[in-house]
Design a protein around this ligand. Structure first.
Ligand code: CAA
Length: 240
């Protein structure tokens, strides 16, 4: 039977590539999005993948949304916590709001996404939890105290979940993308982006599909002994 996969932030950027890769692997996929209705309906039109709108930072919304997905598509076997935002600023300029927004979406959002599906995975003795962290969670980044903290937190989450889920057939792993050609990276000022690319031995940004490849690998039925690990895909920028 086809596995059911939930991908948060799954209609754009890295998330869209993940949704498509899991579909190609035979999964029934639900992709969530926060606000961009137009991009979501275009994505559904092009791929046939259903999209659902909710804010991952809100627990009640996430729980209700997940219940709806399960009602329509069946129990969720694979959850990819991918939704994330940046609010970059040097620390001396970072506002409490910038800190909180990033924590609410990138870190609490992972809790809100995984917690509602966890009991069902335990009951059914199968689950794949994949959290999209970042190279900047591994190495830290100028102007990203907030973002780096949440992405480092993701690694703590999967290492803990891995231990809790192992005997219930659930794995939890993180993927750490480097700089990938998405709207998020394109929002970095051009000069800064050029300087970043100069630090990547591959000499280029990554492609969303190169991250989706890692997720599809970890989501497979026969990936059950890979648990609590971190896969880096960053063009040799950093060895975390
Ligand atoms: N290292 C050291 N110094 C740096 C720096 C860096 N990486 N980036 C900027 N600076 C310096 C600048 O040269 C400048 O120095 P001077 O004042 O001496 O000229 C200073 O820091 C910046 O000062 P400003 O007060 O003008 O900065 P600002 O308030 O305008 O903020 C910024 C600018 C937000 C930091 C902007 O440069 C920026 O967006 N930087 C990129 C941060 C980044 O890499 N974000 C990653 C986004 S992609 C992502 O997050 C995806 C992923 O997972 C990989």
């Amino acid at each position: 039977m086809a596995r059911v996969a939930l991908v948060t932030g799954g209609s754009r950027g890295i998330g869209a590539a993940i949704s498509k890769a899991l579909k190609d692997q035979g999964c029934t996929v639900a992709a969530t999005y926060a606000g961009n209705d137009e991009a979501a309906s275009k994505f559904t039109e092009e791929t046939g993948i259903k999209t659902y709108k909710w804010n991952v930072a809100d627990y009640a919304e996430s729980k209700a949304g997940i219940a709806k997905v399960e009602e329509e598509l069946g129990p969720i076997d694979i959850v990819v916590a991918n939704a994330g935002i940046t609010r970059d600023a040097p620390f001396h300029k970072m506002t409490p709001e910038q800190w909180q927004q990033v924590v609410d979406t990138n870190l609490t959002g992972v809790f809100n996404t995984v917690h509602p599906v966890w009991p069902g995975m335990r009951e059914r003795k199968f689950g794949r939890v994949i959290v999209i962290s970042s190279v900047n969670g591994q190495k830290g980044q100028f102007a990203q105290v907030n973002y780096a903290a949440t992405k480092a937190g993701d690694i703590g989450i999967v290492r803990s979940l891995a231990q809790e889920g192992a005997r219930a057939g659930i794995t939890a792993n993180a993927v750490c993308p480097g700089y990938i050609a998405t709207d998020m990276v394109m929002a970095v000022p051009e000069k800064v982006r050029e300087a970043i690319i100069a630090q990547i031995p591959a000499g280029r940004l990554g492609e969303p599909e190169e991250i989706a490849r890692c997720v599809a690998f970890l989501a497979a039925d026969d990936a059950g002994f890979i648990n609590g690990s971190t896969i880096s895909a960053n063009g040799a920028q950093f060895f975390g």
